[in-house]
Design a binder for this molecule. Structure first.
Ligand SMILES: Cc1ncc(COP(=O)(O)O)c(C=O)c1O
Length: 388
């Protein structure tokens, strides 16, 4: 059994989640339930593999070993029924850096790039910082879940001459695990207008049954031709600091262009701990992950019960995947600034402001439940107190 209940004091460990918020908000004693990392220790075999590497004492340049490719291929096949070819697998220091490379590889300055609204904030930043045109497609809400607005998307593709779509699969912040048929309809639309799809699948392993994750490239054999997949072991196994991610590109022409962008940016070498941690995680991670998913489900239930009984005005979108919960505060009638002020300065609890995920995120907050129950319950108590 993994001890997910253990509370570790992460303060003064130079971690973004706990240590940066005092300076950001000018407050002491804040409880962080924001950035997407977990307050759990990594799986012991991963830590042992990293220790063994450090003990070698010589940490020179190192290429990706064959055993790593095999571990990735086995994981993708076993967990996602995706047979990825070895030559399709590339590495980079992170999914976000790969988004930037993909934009540079496949589009020109001024080209239109479509993203959902709301969605993980770096999608918008990476488009804008590369001087491409950002177009946002608002997600709709049906039965308390986000669904894609395909009709509007088609109009936007035509009107703006969209070249590329950055898809978040599964969706952060809404926790939607897009179904195969949703992805199929979305993909057919992209194929019809020659829109390339960058599918960010970093949350692919954090899926709650009965929901099933589908790799975009695996929906239909032709989808590999016009898509690339970005993923990593770092989100699943709480290893964000080792900075390692994968890019799967089956189409040789797209792969060639991506490699050229990597070489232009000198982004084709990864740190040794990234390789070692990723391989160990995929090699030894199944049981740890299963236990994590059970623990996260309990935490999501805790939030659901708490809100229903203690704070019924705040509505949650129950995640089908990820450890993130999208909370709707709109019935409180507060502005985004007021909402943030009350949570931070009255409740002393830090969530991600919904508005940072796009205009459609107004009056929402994103809650991270990947923490021991004790921490979560204290956080919920603080959220409630913020509005008393
Ligand atoms: C959808 C999504 N993509 C990418 C990342 C970050 O990836 P990386 O640290 O590999 O750049 C996150 C982190 O939360 C995320 O939620």
């Amino acid at each position: 059994m993994v001890e997910f209940d253990t509370v570790y004091d992460r303060r003064n460990t130079n971690c973004s989640k706990w240590d940066s918020i005092t300076d950001t908000y000018g407050e002491d004693g804040l409880l962080p339930l924001w950035i997407a990392d977990m307050d759990f220790k990594a799986n012991p075999p991963v830590l042992e593999a990293l220790e063994q590497t450090a003990k070698q004492g010589i940490l020179g340049y190192s290429p990706a070993p064959n055993s790593l490719y095999e571990a990735i291929q086995r994981w993708q096949k076993r967990r996602h029924d995706y047979s990825v070819n070895k030559e399709a697998i590339l590495f980079n220091s992170g999914v976000v850096p790969s988004l930037s490379l993909a934009i540079q590889a496949y589009t020109e300055p001024g080209d239109a790039i479509l993203i959902h609204d709301p969605v993980y904030p770096p999608f918008a930043k990476v488009v804008e910082q590369n001087n491409r045109r950002l177009i946002r497609n608002q997600l709709l809400i049906e039965q308390e879940h986000f669904v894609m607005a395909l009709e509007e998307m088609e109009k936007q593709i035509v009107a703006e001459n969209v070249r590329l779509f950055i898809l978040c699969n599964p969706h952060n912040p809404g926790g939607r695990v897009w179904t195969k048929s949703e992805l199929e309809a979305f993909g057919q639309l992209c194929a019809k207008y020659d829109v390339l799809v960058i599918s960010d699948e970093i949350h692919q392993d954090l899926i709650f049954a009965p929901h099933v994750f589908t790799t975009f490239a695996n929906v239909h054999p032709s989808f590999k031709d016009f898509s690339i997949t970005l993923t990593a072991a770092t989100k699943t196994f709480n290893l964000a600091g080792i900075k390692n991610s994968m890019i799967f590109i089956e189409n040789p022409d797209l792969r060639k262009k991506f490699i050229a962008a990597q070489e232009r940016n000198f982004q084709n070498e990864i740190n040794i701990f990234g390789y070692v941690g990723t391989e160990a995680a995929y090699q030894h991670g199944d049981n740890w992950l299963e236990e994590l998913l059970v623990y996260l489900t309990e935490n999501i239930d805790t939030v659901s019960t708490f809100l229903q009984t203690e704070l019924p005005k705040v509505k949650m979108m129950r995640p089908e995947g990820t450890y993130l919960i999208w909370l709707d505060f709109s019935s409180l009638g507060l502005t985004d600034a007021q909402l943030q002020k009350q949570l931070i300065h009255k409740g002393k609890v830090v969530l991600n402001p919904g508005i940072s995920f796009g205009p459609n995120g107004t009056q929402h907050m994103r809650l991270n439940v990947a923490c021991p129950k004790e921490t979560l319950i204290e956080g919920l108590r603080r959220i409630k107190y913020s509005f008393e």
